[in-house]
Design a binder for this molecule. Structure first.
Ligand code: BTN
Length: 344
């Protein structure tokens, strides 16, 4: 649901702006149905037809049309009715038919992770999605900042997997596979994966994934899966390690189509979460395996050849002296993409 005016201007997380608002869900549904009807009609569609189709009054149709125009939809009215001329590339809930009831939409927010956490604590269900056009305090892994200007895709998906917490890292693998597969399918680009969960194009980072878990000894209460994609953002020339879809393709993409396809792919990959197929798929897409890597984890540096991942998603690295180490988390650097390195 779209956040209220207060949260839009302040970007603050308030009780009000995360409240499940039945009325707003209804509004989103009607707006979605109006858009669908207008899109299916190549001419003007009369208010009367719309009101009959949607079993609502003409005044209500008029109000929803006015609200859609405010959102940026160009809808012209004539004596013959309404006609849709163009839609903004916003990730508004009613652009995602069948999902709009699960979507919490914010033009601007601190971090979608914070909102998702609040919702999860309040019992929101599997598949709840928090989307923001802009984040003012976007978070990355290892307490880093995640710059989130307009044009990117920023969302958190709430999951309640029935798995042991030890296997939670597989959720990162699953999400990164879903992003890479979507990019390959939609754009034919060679998206690759860098352990633990970056998606690269031409060796540069295009997408970051952050999973935050709430668990007890052997039960996962929820995992919030945060995904940030450099979609229609332009990466400054001096930034050598990041890229965006816009920069790679030389044109803007439809973020709506991309997110829609990605959410579908995540649904598909979720069914493989505990299957060997997921690891196989990750290995096929991996730019880390068989590469020389340096892993910096809490208090430890592992340098060697990445030879495998285990069933929990840990990276297996063979060091120069032949010893085999397992990295569960940390920062991974691909050494062959860097200047020749004397460490190994
Ligand atoms: C990383 O590579 O460090 C992970 C970046 C994750 C960014 C996403 S954007 C949506 C969600 N909200 C956040 O504040 N972070 C994640």
């Amino acid at each position: 649901m779209q956040s209220n005016g207060n949260s839009q201007t302040t970007g603050q997380l308030t009780k009000t702006n995360i409240m499940v608002n039945i009325l707003e869900i209804k509004v989103n549904e009607v707006k979605g149905q109006i858009l669908k009807a207008l899109r299916e009609c190549s001419d003007y569609l009369s208010g009367e037809t719309l009101s009959n189709q949607l079993s609502t009054s003409r005044v209500s149709i008029w109000k929803h049309i006015r609200s859609l125009k405010k959102d940026g939809y160009v809808i012209k009215a004539s004596p013959g009715g309404y006609r849709l001329f163009s839609s903004p590339d916003l990730l508004l809930p009613y652009e995602f038919p069948d999902l709009e009831q699960r979507i919490h939409y914010f033009p601007e927010i601190g971090s979608t992770m914070d909102v998702a956490r609040e919702l999860a604590k309040k019992g929101a269900g599997e598949g709840t999605i928090v989307i923001a056009e802009v984040q003012t305090r976007g978070r990355g892994r290892l307490s880093r900042e995640w710059l989130s200007p307009k044009g990117g895709i920023y969302f958190t998906l709430l999951l309640r997997p029935r798995i042991s917490p030890a296997y939670a890292p597989r959720i990162n693998l699953m999400a990164s596979v879903a992003v890479a597969v979507t990019i390959r399918k939609l754009f034919g680009l060679k998206a690759e994966l860098k352990w633990p969960n970056d998606v690269l194009i031409e060796g540069k980072k295009l997408c970051g994934i952050l999973a935050e878990m709430d668990a007890e000894m052997d039960v996962v209460n929820f995992v919030n899966l945060g995904i940030g994609i450099n979609a229609n953002t332009s990466i400054p020339q001096f930034e050598k390690t990041a890229t965006s879809l816009k920069d790679v393709l030389g044109k803007e993409i439809s973020r709506k189509k991309f997110l829609s396809a990605l959410l579908m792919e995540i649904e598909r990959q979720k069914t493989l979460l505990m299957k060997a197929d997921l690891l196989e798929e990750w290995k096929k897409l991996s730019a880390t395996l068989n590469n020389d890597v340096r892993i910096v984890a809490a208090g430890e540096v592992i340098v060697g050849r990445a030879i495998d991942i285990d069933t929990t998603g840990a990276l297996i690295v063979k060091e120069e002296d032949g010893s085999v180490k397992e990295a569960v988390a940390g920062d991974c650097i691909h050494l062959r993409e860097e200047a020749p390195n004397t460490d190994i």
